[in-house]
Design a protein around this ligand. Sequence first.
Ligand SMILES: [Zn+2]
Length: 273
Amino acid sequence: MTRRLVPPIETKPPATSKPSGTPSVNSCERCGRPLALMSFEVCGQRFVLRPACECRLCEQVERERRARLEHLSRSLRRQGLEDGRYAGMRLDTWCGRDACAEAAMTRLRSYLTEVRRGTRNWLYLYGGYGLGKTHLGVAALKHLCLDRRWESLLLRWSQYCSRIQQSWHDPDAASESQLWGRAAESDLLVCDDIDKRGASEWALGKLFELIDHRYLRQLPTVLIANRSLEALPAFWNRNDPMRDLATAIVSRIVGQLAAAIEFAGPDRRFPPP
Ligand SMILES: [Zn+2]
């Protein structure tokens, strides 16, 4: 391990053994480990460099790790992901009530194990309403946020578009560039309901910008939709420019896709008959 040097301690001569009752210069005062002192002479004066002990370096690393985790936990709370229904969306609360739900969790766990930056690392969750797509998307976000220590953001697509439009008129709201920056640069982005409502050409253009930015940088991204990738172009095809945008969006998603998980079955929100 490279040892960081502490400011030189001038000694004449350097201590080589620990006098009884006083700390020794050549061992750590906290753990007692011997320290490799380096001595040299400048203009006839002798100096000794005393490296920081490994116990202090390990402590510093641990302090930084805890501070990072605390920062990420705060970020999850700020996004409301520990409140209401979102609070219960975790890997360990997933109910594998049928074969499809169990298969979805198996594929998700495999994705979570293998996902890396700078590779094909996107996940596409799709299927009907009330099947737990958002549950697994949010659970994946929390897991990767705390396990990999990735800055993670949940974006509800319609709400994001509304907030951008609001920022044009409200000087107190977050600016469009702030909103864009968070979504574009987040280590992990989970984008929910990308096809919830028929998009305008403007909204589809915004989605393309975001997808294209993260595609070029190979940033881990989870997309949640009702439709399969094959069905998206037809859904967004309202005129020629929109058809081009839809084709470009789907092409980039496919190019960066690591896994797609389909959700099928009756709505989980309704009680079984
Ligand atoms: Zn020590």
